[in-house]
Structure formats: C-alpha cells, structure tokens
Design a protein around this ligand. Structure first.
Ligand SMILES: NC(=O)c1ccc[n+]([C@@H]2O[C@H](COP(=O)([O-])OP(=O)(O)OC[C@H]3O[C@@H](n4cnc5c(N)ncnc54)[C@H](OP(=O)(O)O)[C@@H]3O)[C@@H](O)[C@H]2O)c1
Length: 312
C-alpha cells in the first residue's frame, strides 16, 4: 500500500466509531485543532458527560444506521475503534462478537468505499499467540482465543477493502474510562486498593502497557502523516501484570502488600490469554518518530487527570 490516502491530500473530516470508548474518547480530547471530528456511540442513551465533538448513536453492524452516519459526517477518514473489547465476553458470545467486530468492520469498510474515505482500523495484540515476543509488524499472526481470531478476520476485511488503510495494533491500554464504560485493570486495581481490598494479579503474563493518551497520539500521528500499513503501538516497559500492579500502587500511594502474585492457572474460568504478546516498537519509533512511554510516567499522568467526581 502506498503512503498517503490516495484521492485526498489531507483528511480533515474524521469519523470516530466507538466514541465513548476508552480510545474513542481520548482521540476526541487529543484531536488536532484543524480537524473536524464526528463520532458514533452505542447504544442510544443520555450521555452523562459532554465530549468535544458532535456525536450520534448507531449500531456499527447496522448498514442503514451507519449509512446515515456517513451521510451526516461525510468523512475523509474513519478511525474504527468500536468493538466488543472484552476477551472473556467474546469467548462466550462468539456470534454476537463476530457480528460487531467483523460484521461492523465490513459495514465500515464498504461505506468507506462508497463515500471515498480512508480507514484506520484499531486491531489488537491478541492476533499473536504470545510464544515469541517481541512481535514486529511482519510477524505471522496466530491467535489463541476467539477475540483474537475475530481481530484477524477484521484485519483481513480492511486489507481487502480496496480503500486506503492503516491497521493499528495497540497493547494493554490504561486510562480513565468514560462514565459507564468498560474498566481496565489499572482502574480496577486503584479502586480495590483504595477500598483496602486485597487483589490477586497474574505474574506470568507479560505486556508493554500503553496509556490511552499515548495511543491516541500515535493514531493522530498516523492520520496526520497519512501513514499506511500496520503499526504496533506499545509502552516502553516490558513487565508482568503483577509488576505493573506494584508500580500502580506506588504511583497512586496505595498499599502494595494488598497485591498477591498468582499464576494465570489461578483463573481457569477465563478465556485463554497469550503469555507475552509484547511488541517490538522499532517501526513506531523510526517511522512515526514516537518515543514509547514508561509506565511510571503514564500512570503519573493518569493520576493527574482523575475525573473530579470519580468515586474514591
Ligand atoms: N483496551 C485495550 O487494552 C485494547 C488493547 C488492544 C486492542 N484494543 C482494541 O482497541 C479498540 C478500542 O478499545 P477500547 O479499550 O477503547 O474499547 P472500549 O472502551 O470497550 O470501547 C469500544 C466502544 O465500542 C462500542 N461498541 C460496542 N459495540 C458497538 C456497536 N454494535 N455499535 C457501535 N459501537 C459499539 C462500545 O460501546 P458500549 O461499551 O457502550 O457498548 C465502546 O464504546 C477496540 O477495537 C479494542 O478491541 C483494546
């Protein structure tokens, strides 16, 4: 795929799917000033917090609803973040997840073709089996759970869509979710430790945790440069989830003795997780000019941005 988004020099009207999601909301807060954003959220409900750009409700897997969204936003480019993101939910609700994560991606790709828009698709580290880190963009995929298999299928939809595309694969993201949206491990750890509850955290699964703000910066860099192809986006520190929880306790001034390390076999009921899908970040650093952020720095930033009404 050649660099650039083909028929248009610069994407100035951007449609974000998953607008109230962790990444979808961060993308809006960090949008470059000269870009007009529009976003889609779902399901239709009163939104408790205003977001910076106009939003409309639509089911991403519904072609008619999404066609009217495209007609409203007239995007040059779509950042497609909307998905069922829970690995465990995807494992037990395979058909529903396929309809949203793959079916929704087909709807978005087809409308991009009709409306002559480019697409940046948000995929996942879950496309890898975790046996041979660090993963580069050229490494073969081999997912080990349903969520990962559906991400591979959705990537194929994007690659074969005939529209200019980039695929972004973020790894374990943390940050404050929009009210009522899915928690991430850091939020759960902070709330548990603040209420004096002991937690068990896996010490044999490794990652390079990524703050959602760093991910948003990377996506906007890709958009600004009309970068095409696959990009792995990750933080700097290559650590176990247990070590990550300890740093979280340190940064948030919470009691680390409440954190107990356990192996992943302690949680037999959850979907299989790859042991270590951490990324090689060479392409992100050299092509996009981005420096991966350490977890201490990312967590300190998260602490400084805590919503005032977040329950303590
Ligand atoms: N978070 C991570 O650690 C991580 C890591 C790697 C990749 N990813 C991928 O990155 C993307 C963004 O992740 P995220 O953490 O921002 O996810 P998220 O917070 O769960 O946001 C996803 C959004 O998609 C919306 N959505 C779900 N079904 C929909 C439908 N049928 N129609 C329209 N919107 C729908 C959700 O709305 P409701 O919640 O209101 O249903 C939610 O707002 C996802 O594709 C995810 O798979 C995430």
């Amino acid at each position: 795929m050649k660099q650039g988004y083909g028929h248009k020099d610069k994407a100035v009207r951007i449609l974000i799917t998953g607008g109230t999601g962790l990444l979808g909301a961060a993308l809006q807060y960090f949008a470059p000033g000269d870009i007009a954003c529009f976003s889609v959220y779902y399901p239709e409900r009163p939104l408790p917090l205003p977001l910076p750009f106009p939003m409309r409700a639509a089911d991403v897997s519904n072609p008619e609803q999404m066609r009217s969204i495209f007609a409203w936003a007239r995007p040059d480019l779509v950042i497609h973040t909307a998905a069922i993101g829970s690995v465990d939910y995807a494992q037990s609700h395979g058909d529903e997840t396929a309809m949203v994560n793959v079916g929704g991606t087909k709807v978005v790709a087809e409308l991009c073709r009709i409306f002559q828009a480019a697409v940046v698709y948000i995929s996942s580290n879950a496309v890898f089996d975790g046996e041979n880190p660090l993963y580069a963009e050229t490494d073969p995929v081999n997912p080990i759970n349903r969520y990962g298999r559906l991400k591979v299928d959705a990537e194929d939809v994007i690659r074969n869509s005939g529209v200019p595309w980039a695929i972004v694969r973020p790894i374990l993201m943390y940050g404050w979710p929009y009210p009522g949206e899915r928690d991430n491990p850091v939020v759960w750890w902070v709330r548990s430790l603040e209420s004096g509850k002991g937690i068990k955290v896996v010490d044999n699964v490794f990652s390079k945790p990524l703050s959602v703000w760093s991910c948003a910066e990377a996506v906007w860099t890709i958009v600004r440069r009309s970068a095409a192809g696959i990009y792995h986006i990750a933080g700097r520190d290559h650590i176990s989830l247990y070590e990550f929880a300890l740093v979280t306790a340190e940064v948030f001034d919470l009691n680390p003795r409440l954190i107990e390390p356990v192996p992943d076999s302690y949680f037999p009921e959850i979907a299989p997780r790859p042991r270590d899908t951490s990324f090689d970040t060479t392409k992100m650093e050299t092509e996009l000019g981005l420096k991966p952020q350490g977890v201490k720095e990312g967590l300190a930033y998260m602490k400084s941005r805590r919503p005032p009404d977040d329950e303590k």
